[in-house]
Design a protein around this ligand. Structure first.
Ligand code: ADP
Ligand code: MG
Length: 451
């Protein structure tokens, strides 16, 4: 810890303040093991960016401290939570049961400060679950107990769980709020058994007012954990304490979850979070840009950014994209507009060999319309194939700039006049049909950026 703190002090002097705020502030010391300093970063983009750009100065800073101790340190970045396997070994274990007198801090320190209800942007895919969380904050252990939140990766489950913790503590400083990931629960349980501390373990968890367990799907197949959690659950439930659980799967899909736990998880309210739609993504991007980066995104740019991510967006990736964009702009001292974003993000989203080749354009169009490459190259005339085929031909002409005969050849040997006809038809429709134009715009961006 000391080493990291002094290293951070050195780094603060070495890099511009904006860089420090953007990248270094969110790094957290985890532990030192075998002369390696483990530091936690929020996501993979941070990890990649820091590794590429700042690793050498971080190593220097750490080792200038290490020298005094005659030791040589390595530094390893670990990604928070998104990859639980990575953090598994570094999970922190605390077995202390704080007394009622100890303040808010004890309960709050594990909560991420920015994950509050007011920072959670509402949209059609999450308004139900957000409302449920607000109800829990207002009236814990009354209406929805347990509250079971499920949804895909990066859609805000951890955010909401933290938000409930903050909300409860804002209202009642003395509340005993515990946020824990299921992995941490397992690790702590294992240690407690090994060091004969089960009494403490039970006392700690069974005395909570609010128990927030993240990613409960990791209980799958862990018999002893489930047994222990079953009793914790019962004790809390009987004492009218609130339990909130999250999972990336619905209860019946968690393989190896005991029936008695499954049924208990379904006693209260089950709420799901779905993927956000484009307008919602735009709202989230604007909110994040403003809150995290003090930047106002205009609508066009926000819609552009929303258009280049795939149909199942992960909000964590969205944030990574924004962070990257802003970092590139600050390095170059440029304003962020669509053109800049297009270029900046080109390197961010790794392209295959040639994204603008006819083959790749066909692939992307097929992906969008969920049809097979063989169908787009076939002679089949049904609309669900012929329309994507014409769109692909149009985009090939526009993006790859290959000749009409060349394009025709790669669409199963069609005549150049067929390609010309397709291009004209799509151009005409774009000029009169705004929704259609947006679809083409979206596919085009995906081709250019994703490859
Ligand atoms: P999950 O736990 O479901 O994998 P997280 O809660 O970690 O997802 O969310 C990933 C990131 O996306 C977090 O930084 C979170 O703040 C952000 N996020 C997700 N949903 C929203 C939302 N509706 N409004 C604002 N930020 C969100
Ligand atoms: Mg999570």
């Amino acid at each position: 810890m000391e080493i990291w703190n002094s290293a951070i002090g050195t780094l603060k002097k070495k890099v511009p303040e904006s860089t420090f705020d953007l990248w270094f502030k969110s790094m957290h010391f985890v532990e030192i093991k075998n002369n390696c300093v483990f530091v936690e970063v929020p996501n993979k983009f941070f990890k990649d960016w820091i590794s590429e750009n700042y690793m050498s100065i971080i190593m220097d800073a750490v080792n200038s401290v290490g020298k005094k101790k005659n030791r040589n340190f390595d530094v390893e970045l670990v990604v928070m939570e998104s990859d639980l396997l990575q953090t598994k070994e570094h999970a922190k274990i605390e077995l202390k049961t704080p007394s009622k007198r100890e303040d808010d801090y004890i309960w709050r320190h594990k909560l991420r400060p920015e994950y509050t209800i007011s920072n959670f942007v509402k949209g059609p895919s999450n308004e139900f679950v957000k409302a449920a969380c607000e109800k829990v904050i207002e009236n814990p252990a009354r209406e929805y107990n347990p509250l079971f939140i499920y949804g895909g990766v990066g859609l805000g489950k951890t955010h909401l769980l933290n938000a409930i913790g903050h909300g409860i503590l804002d209202k009642n400083k003395g509340a005993r709020v515990c946020y824990i990931t299921s992995e941490e629960f397992v690790n702590e349980l294992v240690k407690s058994i090994r060091y004969e501390k089960m009494e403490d373990f039970r006392k700690k968890y069974r005395s909570m007012d609010i128990l927030l367990v993240d990613d409960i799907q990791f209980f799958a197949g862990k018999k002893q954990t489930q047994e222990e959690f079953f009793h914790t659950f019962n004790t809390l439930y009987e004492n009218q304490k609130q339990i909130v659980l999250t999972s990336d799967k619905i209860t019946k899909e968690i393989a190896g979850l005991e029936e008695r736990l499954r049924s208990r998880f379904e006693w209260g309210l089950i709420a799901d979070i779905d993927y956000p739609d484009t307008e919602h993504i735009v709202a989230i991007l604007k909110e994040k840009a403003e809150k995290t980066h003090s930047l106002k995104l205009d609508d066009d740019l926000a819609f552009f950014l929303a258009s280049i991510i795939n149909s199942k967006p992960n909000i964590r990736e969205l944030e990574g994209m924004l962070t990257r964009l802003i970092a590139e702009a600050s390095l170059d001292g440029k304003d962020i507009n669509i053109e800049f974003a297009r270029n900046a993000l080109k390197t961010f989203i790794r392209n295959k060999d040639n994204p603008e080749s006819i083959e790749n354009i066909q692939k992307e169009v097929c992906k969008y319309f969920k049809i097979k490459i063989s169908d787009i190259r076939s002679k089949k005339r049904i609309k669900s194939f012929s329309e994507p085929r014409q769109i692909a031909m149009y985009l090939c002409r526009k993006i790859s700039k290959d000749s009409y005969p060349e394009i025709g050849k790669k669409f199963g040997g069609k005549d150049h006049s067929t390609v010309i006809h397709a291009v004209k038809k799509i151009e005409k429709r774009i000029s009169i049909d705004k929704e259609f134009k947006n679809i083409i715009f979206k596919i085009e961006n995906q081709i250019k950026l994703r490859g």
